[in-house]
Design a binder for this molecule. Structure first.
Ligand code: T46
Length: 136
């Protein structure tokens, strides 16, 4: 069986009388050292984001509030995962076309990345993505 495109990860949570604390630690939950974090919020109704692939970047998606649907494709197979606050986190590697949609109005989606921002790492044209996949 082929390996899944989306790796689903449980984020351990500690709770006590004061409330909750969630932990993403390298080597236990995080499969890479974080070099950059960003978060997407205030997304307008009906908007979808993404529509690109990365050449090298690995990322972990953590939904901190609300919900959003993450869809990825390797050009042949596709997978979709509805994310919700404090549900499973998702790790994706390079070479996957990604689209985020169905953002709730209150959604805060945090993304942890293993590299600094580099526009040259993006493939923003779908035809170019398909050609890159064909040539390995
Ligand atoms: C991804 C999905 C999940 C920066 O200057 N630095 C950054 O670290 C990032 C992430 C973006 N930007 C700039 C580039 C654009 O001018 O912010 C603007 C919006 O970025 P973009 O249109 O790429 O946003 P999304 O939501 O389509 O994609 C983002 C990430 O860019 C991408 O790596 O995998 O979220």
């Amino acid at each position: 069986m082929s390996s899944p495109l989306l790796e689903l990860v449980d984020i351990p949570q500690r709770g006590d009388a004061r409330g909750h604390l969630s932990i993403a630690e390298y080597g236990k939950v995080l499969p890479f050292v974080v070099r950059r974090a960003y978060w997407i919020h205030g997304t307008n109704h009906g908007v979808s984001r993404g529509f690109h692939a990365h050449r090298n970047l690995r990322q972990m998606f953590i939904c901190l509030r609300g919900g959003v649907t993450l869809a990825v494709s390797d050009g042949e197979r596709s997978e979709t995962f509805p994310m919700s606050a404090f549900g499973k986190a998702v790790v994706i590697g390079p070479g996957l076309w990604r689209v985020m949609s169905d953002f709730s109005a209150d959604c805060i989606l945090m993304v942890l990345a293993d590299r600094e921002y580099d526009e040259a790492d993006y493939i923003r044209n779908f035809d170019e993505f398909v050609i890159a996949k064909c040539h390995g």
